[in-house]
Write a protein of this length. Structure first.
Length: 218
């Protein structure tokens, strides 16, 4: 499987060609924490002025566009979380997209709402979506953008937590994080993953504004 090549800069060889948002299909899941990946790729589609359509060949809502002469794919698997690898692997194999050219965006329990982390490879850490993508791709060597949704504090409550809507404060923090992390898009599309990491990791959630101290009376 060869890489697509365009332009003269070698880092384009590693550009992200497939953006995958993880979530569960159906209106009852739309606003739940587990669907944070869907929220991110929906914003990406708006940014790139493209639209999702259902494609049964890939068990997913799919959007495609062209950036600098290169096809870029957006994917929202419609198989439910624990089977989403089938969708990712089928599209990636058909279009000869390498694992390191895939960015999977997903909810992350171990990061607070409002923060995100970017990483290449590593454990699925119990995330059912990542577990299936690992299995179907046969490798962990793809990129992940981990959107913080916080942790309920008790392991037994995790399933209920991710399938519930976040509080309004948390949802605002996650939405702001989506907006900030999308500023790394030019870097993702240029294969500049070091720069993308800096953009994502230096975007700290805004601190609450404290009231100004009242100056002492003369």
């Amino acid at each position: 499987m060869g890489h697509f090549v365009f332009g003269t800069t070698p880092h384009n060889l590693n550009m992200i060609k497939l953006f995958v948002g993880l979530g569960n299909p159906g209106p009852e899941y739309e606003a739940t924490r587990h669907n944070a990946g869907f929220w991110w790729v929906d914003e990406l589609a708006r940014e790139l002025k493209t639209h999702f359509v259902m494609d049964k060949s890939y068990y997913a809502m799919v959007a495609r566009t062209t950036v600098n002469g290169q096809t870029v794919w957006l994917l929202k698997p419609q198989t439910f979380m624990n089977l989403c690898g089938k969708s990712v692997a089928s599209l990636a194999r058909f279009f000869k997209i390498q694992p390191q050219e895939i960015l999977v965006v997903h909810d992350e329990l171990d990061i607070v709402p409002g923060e995100a982390k970017l990483k290449l490879g590593g454990s699925h850490a119990g995330h059912n979506g990542l577990r299936d993508i690992h299995a179907q791709l046969g490798t962990d060597a793809y990129w992940r953008l981990r959107l913080g949704v916080g942790h309920p504090g008790v392991k037994s409550e995790v399933v209920d937590w991710v399938l519930r809507k976040p509080s309004l404060d948390h949802r605002i923090a996650i939405d702001q994080c989506v907006e900030r992390s999308l500023k790394a898009l030019p870097n993702f599309l240029a294969g500049e993953m070091d720069k993308a990491t800096m953009v994502v990791h230096t975007s700290k959630p805004p601190r609450p504004k404290l009231p100004k101290p009242i100056p002492p009376a003369d």
